[in-house]
Design a protein around this ligand. Structure first.
Ligand SMILES: C[S@@+](CC[C@H](N)C(=O)[O-])C[C@H]1O[C@@H](n2cnc3c(N)ncnc32)[C@H](O)[C@@H]1O
Length: 443
């Protein structure tokens, strides 16, 4: 990256949190050339100087609109909306005296997520009759202007059930328009999540959707954003992140709750046994920017700490040993306890799948593999295992689909899951690739 382009990348990161990776350098460089020429600046240095001196300018608005990624669609990661509908809203309805619900959709892009939330809330038999509203915010003014129009193209509504589309939208030549009574419940507001303090004076939210935003930030900025979220979350409120995002390495106050097919986060203290202390999860992770497929470290050797209870890592190693020795029931019990502590660990779910498969309960094994892949879709070796189980269950079409997907990602790999699978006698990646090809070709 040339020095001025690096300077602009840093400037953009300091304003938006957005990290411009090396692979995007050329795109940024040509974008800057175009802006320098269009704005009549006498060179990049002058452009940088202008940006520094005019933080509220139209030019900054344009930059933020161009660099941020607006990928979204209605009912994205539908398991979360199902959990909201089937579990979270019912719980809120059961314990609430006040018939009000306030939702914050942070990083709302062109309003796809806010529209989905409005639909789910409106359709809920109890909460739907309450006074509920959604605050939808984004750093990008242009995206917000689109969101206010409430019109979505065919791709954005492709996952909306036909009956829901019929009830809540009007179709016209520009696309599908969300009904005005739902649009009235959504307030769109420009808000930069990395501004300090986040400008939500005195507001509190029962639900916060902060999905697929943190992935673009460095961990220190992620932590700062989560602290702001904690500030405005009702004490019994719920946070949803994107399926591939995790607070696992951030050490935040929020604690994960396993909802079956997905996770949400809540503030302590909460009742019940579904919580996991992020203090526990902190040590069980790699300090990487993005969520990882290996939310557990390489197990350490047992230490002789006197009477201290065995650490998470030691117990994990014990379950792998149990699998190696063929003590599958012991492994299942150990892994269930570990999952209880660290429900966000894709590796624990995957190993549970292995143990369950070896105990000849393929349905449950498939469920565990799916949970692992939900958390870490990039674990292609686990997708391979899922494909095999589906095949065993007679679901050959679904199996071939998974073999195909696994094939696109399988390659030379290292990592905790890969080395563990090697220990457990599974084929190496090149053999898996071969098997995937055979299965696909014989389909
Ligand atoms: C990939 S979209 C996610 C949209 C939606 N939440 C979803 O999951 O489908 C990321 C959004 O985050 C917004 N964003 C990025 N940086 C931001 C910041 N610093 N403050 C507020 N929004 C930001 C982007 O403009 C973009 O609309």
């Amino acid at each position: 990256m040339s020095e001025p382009i690096q300077e602009i990348a840093q400037l953009i990161e300091s304003v938006s949190g957005f990290v411009i990776g090396d692979r995007s350098t050329n795109v940024l460089a040509s974008f800057v050339r175009e802006r320098v020429a269009r704005g009549g600046f006498a060179g990049v240095e002058r452009y940088i100087d202008y940006l520094r001196r005019h933080p509220e300018s139209e030019e900054w608005r344009h930059i933020l609109s161009k660099i941020t990624i607006k990928e979204s669609f209605l009912f994205r990661a539908v398991a979360q909306f199902k959990a909201l509908e089937n579990t979270i809203l019912g719980e809120i309805a059961g314990r609430r005296a006040k018939r009000r619900l306030r939702v914050w959709c942070a990083g709302c892009a062109r309003g796809e997520e806010a529209a989905t939330l409005a639909i789910v809330l409106a359709d809920h038999p109890i909460v739907g009759t309450w006074h509920w509203s959604v605050l939808a915010t984004d750093v990008d003014d242009a995206a917000l202007a689109d969101a206010e129009r409430g019109v979505y193209g065919p791709r954005a509504v492709a996952r909306v059930p036909a009956e829901t589309l019929e009830r809540h939208f009007v179709r016209h030549d520009r696309g599908y328009e969300l009904n005005p009574e739902l649009r009235r419940r959504i307030e769109y507001r420009q808000l930069n999540l990395i501004a300090q303090p986040v400008d939500l004076a005195g507001e509190e939210f029962d639900l916060i959707f902060l999905r697929n935003v943190l992935i673009y930030f460095r961990p220190e900025i992620q932590r700062r954003v989560i602290e702001s979220v904690e500030e405005v979350l009702e004490s019994d409120g719920t946070v949803f992140l994107g399926p591939s995002e995790s607070l696992i390495h951030l050490g935040t106050k929020l604690k994960a709750r396993d909802l079956g097919d997905c996770f949400c986060y809540r503030l302590p203290p909460i009742s019940g046994d579904e919580v996991v202390d992020t203090a526990i999860t902190n040590r069980a992770t790699r300090p990487t920017r993005a969520p990882t497929a290996d939310p557990v470290p390489m197990p350490r050797q047992p230490s002789d700490d006197g009477d201290a209870p065995p650490s998470f890592d030691v117990r994990l190693e014990a379950t792998i040993k149990a699998l190696e020795e063929g003590s599958h029931r012991r492994a299942v019990a150990g892994l269930a306890a570990l999952r209880h502590e660290l429900p966000e660990s894709a590796v624990i779910h995957a190993l549970e799948g292995v143990a369950l498969e070896r105990l000849a309960v393929p349905e449950k094994a498939a469920h565990a593999y799916r949970a692992a892949l939900y958390l870490a879709p990039e674990m292609d070796e686990v997708r391979f295992l899922l494909a095999r189980v589906l095949e065993e269950l007679g679901r050959s079409k679904a199996a071939v689909r998974e073999y195909r997907t696994a094939l696109t990602g399988l390659g030379p790999a290292s990592g905790f899951m890969t080395s563990t699978m090697k220990r457990l006698g599974y084929p190496a990646h090149d053999q898996m690739i071969q098997i995937c090809l055979e299965k696909i070709n014989s389909d």
